[in-house]
Design a protein around this ligand. Structure first.
Ligand SMILES: *[C@@H]1O[C@H](CO)[C@@H](O)[C@H](O)[C@H]1NC(C)=O
Length: 297
């Protein structure tokens, strides 16, 4: 996965490192852009349904954002926006602080303080290439800031340190460091383990990456080598001891968010299980009931 041709980039936003956190009360308002523009987010803050991929190939980034917005991460997303306080109903500019991972790593080694890099984003900066739905532009603003601070003019995964994945987006926003796990289909327990991981959404952040060639049944539903956020599961498939539930093999269903389409997909776990190549959660096995907190500054 390591790609040496990166720009030395990225990235990590640790909100605990942001010098002046914004007032959460004001951040949760309906933020209307000036001059007939569009709101940054609608009442209640960033939502999964604001996300829809457009001109950039950044399913990896958007899956990370969707899993954050779906879990308790929505307020974490708001927290990294330092808003132009000329009037919260009248905003066309925000300042976003991202942590450049290389700088952060260096600072950790030398014991220096690193407070991240801030990037101003104006509504006028957002072109049709940027992602978004529902008129809200927080997704586009994050893409813009990520590219500027990363020194890239595209948000392709290869432009980011170690290749971008949802964990890169999580790191940028919450300070979580995590790993990608390739699904190991040897042994008996991988299906129940995968179910257990999927079931930890939405309390925890969970994303999966599809295999290169989804089977015939799933090919019309999911695209190969694409990241999806796991929004929730329904029904039951395996019990806590990994035993399959029900005579007919359980009725577990999984709801994914497809960032390309900007919509949900609900499929049976049985159909999905062989189509998952990789999974990420903040921790693979002992995933916490709630997402971990950012590291202390
Ligand atoms: C998508 O799935 C989530 C989680 O199950 C649910 O809360 C949301 O309402 C769904 N959205 C749509 C448009 O079906």
């Amino acid at each position: 996965m390591f790609n040496p041709i990166v720009f030395g980039i990225f990235t990590l936003i640790a909100r605990s490192c942001v010098a002046t956190p914004i007032d959460p009360a004001s951040a949760n308002q309906h933020l209307q852009a000036r001059d007939g523009g569009k709101p940054l987010w609608s009442e209640g803050g960033p939502k999964v349904e604001d996300i829809k991929q457009d001109g950039f190939k950044d399913d990896w980034f958007l899956a990370g954002l969707a899993s954050l917005a779906n879990a308790q991460g929505s307020s974490k997303i708001q927290d990294i926006f330092k808003l132009d306080q000329r009037g919260i109903d009248n905003i066309d500019k925000a300042s976003i602080t991202l942590f450049n991972i290389d700088k952060w790593d260096k600072a950790e080694k030398t014991g220096e303080e690193y407070k991240g890099d801030s990037q101003d984003v104006k509504y006028a900066d957002i072109t049709s290439k940027y992602s978004g739905a529902n008129d809200n532009w927080w997704v586009a603003a994050l893409e813009y800031a990520a590219m500027k601070i990363g020194g890239s003019d595209d948000i392709k995964s290869v432009s980011f340190k170690n290749d971008g994945g949802p964990i890169t987006a999580w790191s940028m926003i919450t300070g979580i460091k995590s790993k990608e796990y390739k699904i190991d289909r040897t042994g008996d327990s991988w299906k129940s383990e995968l179910w257990r991981v999927l079931k930890s959404a939405p309390e925890s952040y969970v994303c999966i990456k599809s295999v290169s060639h989804p089977n015939e049944k799933m090919r019309s539903i999911i695209t190969g080598v694409t990241w999806y956020a796991v929004l929730s599961v329904q029904g039951s498939q395996y019990d806590d001891h990994g035993q399959i539930v029900g005579e007919n093999g359980g009725d577990g269903q999984v709801t994914l968010f497809d960032a390309r389409a900007g919509s949900n997909i609900t499929v049976s776990f049985v159909d999905l299980q062989d189509q998952v190549g990789w999974q990420v959660t903040p921790e693979k096995l002992d995933y916490p009931a709630s997402p971990p907190q950012p590291p202390k500054a």
